[in-house]
Design a protein around this ligand. Sequence first.
Ligand code: FNR
Ligand code: 8K6
Length: 347
Amino acid sequence: MTDILFQPYALNGTLTLKNRILMAPLTRCMADDDLVPTQAMVDYYARRAETGLIISEATIIRPDGQGYPNTPGLYTPAQIDGWRKVTDAVHANGGKIFAQLWHTGRVAHPHFFGGEYVLAPSAIAVEGTVPRMRELVYTVPKPATKTEIEQLVADYAQAAANAIDAGFDGVEIHGANGYLIDQFLHYCSNTRDDEFGGTPENMARFPLAVIDAIADRIGADRTGLRLSPGAYFNMEGDARDRNVSDYLLAELEQRDLAFLHIGIFDDSMEFDYLGGTASAYVRQRYSKTLVGVGSYSAESGSAAIVNNQFDLLAIGRPLIANPDYVAKVKNGEALVEYTDTMLAELV
Ligand code: FNR
Ligand code: 8K6
């Protein structure tokens, strides 16, 4: 039974979703060389407007946030105009869309922006090379100074304002998957001894500053957040990370964000230092709208909503394979199975 997925859901007084299915953010590396969305991207998103809310692929807030080829941006007039075509097409088809705001921190590479270094909390490189560009070895980042941190906060807020200018219904701050915001929240990547490191309060300071600056600029009701309390991607876990997450979730509980969204590929994954799955851990500490994700089917996701594990279900790979996912689930039709080869083209 998947009926619960097709109920409307009010995020707040401003935004009501027509169903509980979100399109998860999915990096596709298909923007043009100026990182402007293309017509193929307009059509791709417009085809998925039957979901209650589309979260865009991660979109960089400024050049030094880029870690992969042809990921779109939201900092030039051309990028804003390109995204406006996407949001207009989604709205014309009756959908809603948030922009996922991204800075990859130490997962950025100077190759993409012609820079000398990348910024991160501490001078600790991520291991390995850029996917599909094996000649690009990750570099040792430069620890961001206090002034650089203040500029990053301002640039996040400006990108959020640009997103609203481009017609997005709101933004999701990408605080997950080992990118810049997440790098501040984990001990493996944050060894600072100033007010941005060392204690849960300090480690959460930059993430909360970004959240508050964006909420002040565009409204908390239009601001969502994605978090990975369990390290699993670009990151090593540390049992002490749990205290940082506990602190951050208590702070978030006092704010009225549009939603909190788990960043994970498989939500059956258990983290010993969280005492279970990421979604169960967050649900115990956060009472407001929670978006679950990670290898769910419509059936298993509906059951999780009925069992009060989360409120909304984000679907990623099945929506790459099935642009008409919502209609197929509603009509009980068989789904096409996702394969990685589908990433080569936008359908
Ligand atoms: C992702 N994911 C992801 N997450 C994110 O926060 N921003 C992003 O840009 C991307 N990009 C991305 C690209 C591709 C090709 C995949 C497969 C995944 C993670 C995604 O949002 C989701 O959490 C996972 O795919 C798990 O959900 P499914 O696919 O099991 O429904
Ligand atoms: C060049 C393409 C870059 C795309 C980057 C965004 C995320 C890609 C996801 C690919 C799959 C990574 C899987 C990691 C999951 C680990 C689970 C234990």
